[in-house]
Write a protein that binds this ligand. Structure first.
Ligand code: HEM
Length: 229
């Protein structure tokens, strides 16, 4: 099955990844609807056109995905579930491997985790600060930093809230809650989605580093507030 030009939303039930962005692209036919045999240029073209990221970001993500989880120059979305390849613990809205009780981490969004983010917000919009606090909570659950996440997973996982904020925060005032539910919960592209700036690799790295520092600061604060033994 190849990608189609109608871009109607049809939720796929098979061949999906733990990445909301890619699943949504497949659900709208920007990527093959069965999530299989995706070529590198197909991936780059879909993510640059829908999510307005620069070619530097698109190639970095796409080649990283192909290299770590693909087969030659072809990728199946399902293969992105490989644990600790790109997939990592402390995911925002997907259950980690130890939470699924199975052999793979979840490739389906979790309603409770989505609600947990919304509960941190003012009830209207989700800010980057809300995502930072949620990320911190998810890291605490797996015991980070006492049982530290590996560097690669930390680097990847702390870039994802930035990608999410880039895609959905249309005017800089926060992510509308309905858009958050639509994109992350239904893996559907919200009507009118048009990220206002083109995200380049240096900006992504700089923002991810700053987000990491903010999460680390929360870890530091909570360690300091623990009573001494
Ligand atoms: C502009 C394009 C992209 C955006 C906006 C994006 C956004 C996101 C977000 C927000 C998450 C976090 C989900 C969560 O924590 O529950 C995520 C996870 C993930 N993404 Fe993407 N992504 C993009 C492109 C890609 C590409 C090209 C690949 C690989 C080919 C990829 C692979 C993954 C994987 C494997 C995860 C799961 C990580 C985990 O939570 O364990 N993403 N992505």
């Amino acid at each position: 099955m190849s990608s189609d030009s109608s871009h109607e939303y049809i939720q796929g039930t098979e061949g999906r990844s733990p990445c909301p962005a890619l699943n949504a692209l497949a659900n709208h036919g920007y990527l093959p609807r069965d999530g299989k045999n995706i070529g590198i240029m197909q991936l780059v073209s879909a993510i640059t056109s829908v999510y307005n990221v620069s070619y530097s970001v698109a190639f970095a993500l796409a080649t990283g995905g192909m290299y770590m989880c693909g087969s030659g120059f072809s990728l199946n979305l399902e293969d992105l579930r490989a644990h600790n390849s790109i997939e990592h613990d402390a995911s925002m809205v997907h259950r980690d491997l130890d939470e699924t009780g199975g052999t793979l981490p979840s490739n389906k969004p979790d309603t409770e985790l989505i609600q947990a983010v919304i509960d941190l917000s003012d009830g209207k919009k989700i800010t980057l600060d809300d995502l930072i606090r949620h990320k911190y909570n998810r890291e605490v659950r797996i015991g980070h930093p006492q049982k530290p996440m590996n560097k690669k997973s930390l680097l990847i996982s702390r870039g994802e809230p930035i990608l999410c904020n880039h895609a959905l925060n249309r005017d800089g005032s926060g992510i509308p809650i309905e858009w958050f539910r639509t994109w992350l919960g239904e893996e559907r592209i919200p009507e009118g989605l048009a990220p206002r700036e083109t995200l380049d690799l240096i900006t992504l790295r700089t923002r991810a580093r700053a987000l990491g520092e903010a999460v680390d600061a929360l870890h530091g604060k909570s360690a300091k507030s623990e009573p001494e033994a």
